[in-house]
Design a protein around this ligand. Structure first.
Ligand code: OAD
Length: 235
């Protein structure tokens, strides 16, 4: 069956899906934003004030990503492609969905394993070394920066992501506090008739029309995937 004929599933992931791969989330107890100031390391003003601090912060994140491995949730999501047209929309800058085997992934907050020109945002480079250093330049001679979205910057591929939410018949949101907009607002583009779930270990309030499946990603996501592959609704 061609991809277009298949039922569409959107997976919307956040930092929590990679937590069991050893990557830190942002707002949990051990979250990155409890240790670092967003303004210092993830904003254009922080970059202007202290680029070496920003580069060091993301070099550490990149090292952690390179050492991490996909977990059972990432792998299960890829398995859905046996039967469905699966689009992963992720707020994560890691590449664990790619390494878990998913083929269509939209990174709305960028990708840590790419660098981009601080002069021309269209100049994006896959990184061949783990670190970006001061003095590493783009083809036009300006400093390279991580290809990640900072607070106050434009989120990427939103039109495309909205379209996928609006045309999916099943949506699985997993591992996100849904506190950062505009990405968090994507859940509102879903059809009323779509089957919609939020996976969280906490008693997190799901968005309207979504049902909470409480538990960790590696326990809940494979269970949901098995149900969907067998044509059942997860209980
Ligand atoms: P948060 O840190 O805000 O939320 C992580 C969510 O994952 C929380 O709801 C946790 O309860 C949940 N969680 C933790 N462990 C989990 C597990 N094992 N299984 C399932 N869920 C788990 O992370 P995000 O929502 O991804 O943006 O944060 C959104 C954005 O804020 C990030 O993309 C980043 C950050 O600032 C930028 O840097 C632009």
């Amino acid at each position: 069956m061609s991809e277009l004929m298949k039922e569409k599933i959107v997976i919307f992931s956040g930092a929590g899906i990679s937590a069991e791969s050893g990557l830190r989330t942002f707002r949990d107890m051990n979250g990155l934003w409890n240790e670092y100031s967003v303004e210092d390391v993830a904003s254009p003003a922080g970059w202007a004030a202290n680029p070496s601090l920003v580069l060091r912060f993301y070099n550490e994140r990149r090292k952690a990503v390179l050492e991490a491995r996909p977990n059972a949730a990432h792998y299960a999501i890829a398995k859905l492609e046996e039967r469905f047209n699966v689009v992963v929309v992720t707020q994560n800058i890691d590449d664990l969905h790619e390494r878990g085997g998913s083929s269509t992934i939209i990174h709305v907050h960028g990708e840590i394993l790419k660098a981009r020109s601080s002069l021309d945002p269209a100049l994006i480079y896959p990184l061949s070394t783990p670190d970006i250093e001061l003095g590493d330049c783009c083809g036009k001679g300006s400093q390279l920066r991580p290809h990640v979205v900072w607070f106050g910057e434009q989120v990427l591929h939103m039109d495309e992501a909205e379209q996928h939410f609006a045309t999916a018949s099943k949506i699985l949101t997993v591992g996100t506090s849904l506190s950062v907009y505009p990405a968090a607002g994507l859940v509102g583009f879903a059809k009323t008739s779509a089957e919609k779930y939020l996976v969280s270990p906490d008693s997190q309030e799901p968005p309207p029309g979504y049902r909470l499946l409480q538990g960790k990603a590696t326990a809940v996501v494979p269970r949901v995937v098995t149900c969907w592959l067998e044509g059942r609704k997860p209980s």
